[in-house]
Design a protein around this ligand. Structure first.
Ligand code: SF4
Length: 467
């Protein structure tokens, strides 16, 4: 949307104070994300009321999910765009017609799990006068086939792009949508059916990004190992990795969001053989108890996951494993939770995130009773994270003294005199980082790939010295 607006002559500013038009891009997949989105919209609606901007546009998943409610409850909103309406951004930000050159600010919100208990169901709690009618939920929607809208949009290599990440890394969406029906998940309803981009489109975009100085590509989608399968092309992801591996200038290619039943040996072999493809498997498993997984409409059980992870570790030596779990799914017993704890203890994931279950209307799980109190869900989350912290501390001690490649991200957000970087096994924003000690911060720019010795650990993060 930023690229399309910029190409049409609009000026983008990161400061709401300078903007004529405000665009709030929202997330809506769990309570915390919806709350963050609503707070951002209300804050910007206040600016519109005060006359500090002329137009307010809301885009993304919240607009897709609650279009009518938002229109009715927040009259300051001038236009709403769902997930499939990206090109319509021009009409939305400028009612006079495309290209008349307004100055707009984009305000993104996203749904990182903040670790807080789910917000109360009235998620407009700061402004009780404007309330989405959560108290009278609509009939639960099933993702298939009763989808209300079917977004089909997906961008390609010719879509203008404005990069908002640091110059040296960029996210590339390889597909959009999802064909699974996980009981807790609203995403297929909001994003539509799975549709892969062509390899040619992705490779062309990757080449253009590499020419602009991007060193690390992060390939994303709702389910990256499904890439190509919607077009009947089962080996597409491995071939794509090998094609991207040949692009000059790129140093790391990282896959995010893999699915347990579609991780094929050819993808693992490409990961092991291609020097630029990070040996990094981000595999949200959601749970380990067979009964909970069944209720979640997820495949597998503990035995299958043990086998899968052993296969991944055997085929990709030195692989970093990242996963996420949901605790407090309806009916999760203490015994089922204990199965998850045992799985975490035995598997020793390198990185692990835990979400507390969020009861979302429109999902299949909404028909179940959300029977665990927020405090109990939070307690289970903390129990897993405490266990993981102990496992990570032990793993980090064993790294001290080893030498490894570090991609420099730039000055640390906390201490600008300290440089911060990442290992091959650390993705930006979601994983811990490496702080460089004994190093002149002006000597290395973001995107430099250096060799460093691990000299210590600080919580989840590592300390290293260039060699
Ligand atoms: S695979 Fe992921 S995006 Fe698709 S339904 Fe399941 S959790 Fe949602």
């Amino acid at each position: 949307m930023l690229g399309i607006a910029q190409q049409a002559g609009h000026e983008i500013t990161p400061s709401a104070d300078e903007a004529e038009v405000l665009v709030v891009n929202t997330c809506a997949f769990i309570d915390n994300a919806k709350q963050e989105s609503i707070d951002a919209i209300l804050e910007m609606a206040g600016r519109k009321r005060d006359g500090r901007c002329t137009r307010l546009v809301v885009t993304g998943c919240l607009a897709e999910r609650y279009r009518e409610e938002l229109k009715k409850e927040i009259p300051e909103i001038d236009a709403l765009l769902g997930t499939g309406e990206v090109p319509q951004i021009l009409e939305a930000i400028d009612a006079r017609g495309a290209g008349s050159g307004v100055r707009g600010a984009e305000y993104g919100t996203r749904g990182a799990n903040s670790g807080q208990p789910p917000a109360p169901v009235t998620f407009f709690r700061k402004h009780p006068a404007t309330r989405i009618p959560h108290a009278a939920p609509r009939t639960p929607r099933t993702p298939h086939p009763a989808r209300r809208v079917v977004p089909t949009y997906i961008y390609d290599a010719d879509t203008p792009r404005l990069q908002t990440t640091p110059r040296h890394f960029a996210y590339v969406k390889v597909a959009e949508g999802c064909d699974y029906t996980c009981a807790f998940c609203i995403i297929p309803t909001l994003r539509g059916e799975y549709r892969s981009r062509t390899a040619d489109s992705i490779v062309r975009e990757a080449r253009a990004l590499a020419e602009r100085g991007v060193k690390e590509l992060l390939l994303i989608s709702q389910d990256t190992t499904f890439y190509g399968i919607d077009r009947g092309d089962r080996g597409a992801l491995a071939r794509l990795l090998r094609d991207l591996n040949r692009i000059a200038g790129l140093q790391w290619i990282r896959l995010l969001y893999l699915y347990p039943t579609t991780i094929t040996d050819d993808v693992l072999d490409a990961m092991a053989e291609c020097e630029k493809v990070c040996r990094y498997v981000d595999l949200p498993l959601q749970h380990a108890s067979a009964d909970v997984l069944k209720r979640m409409r997820r495949p597998g059980n503990r035995k299958m996951y043990d086998k899968l992870l052993a296969r991944i570790r055997a085929r990709v030596p030195g692989v970093t494993l990242r996963t996420t779990f949901i605790v407090g799914f309806p009916g999760e017993t203490e015994q089922e939770f204990a199965e998850l704890e045992a799985f975490v203890e035995d598997t020793r994931f390198d990185h692990l995130g835990v979400f507390t279950y969020s009861h979302e209307e429109g999902t299949r799980a909404f028909a179940l009773k959300d029977d665990l109190p927020a405090a109990a869900k939070q307690n289970r989350r903390e129990r897993i994270m405490k266990r993981q912290q102990r496992l990570v501390a032990a793993a980090q001690l064993s790294r001290i003294g080893t030498e490894t490649a570090v991609l420099i991200d730039g000055p640390s957000a906390e201490h600008e005199l300290v440089l911060q970087g990442r290992l091959e096994g650390q993705a930006p924003d979601i994983d811990p980082v490496v702080y460089l000690t004994d190093c002149d911060p002006s000597s290395l720019v973001g995107g430099s790939l250096i060799k460093a010795r691990i000299v210590g650990a600080q919580g989840y993060d590592l300390l290293a010295t260039p060699v």
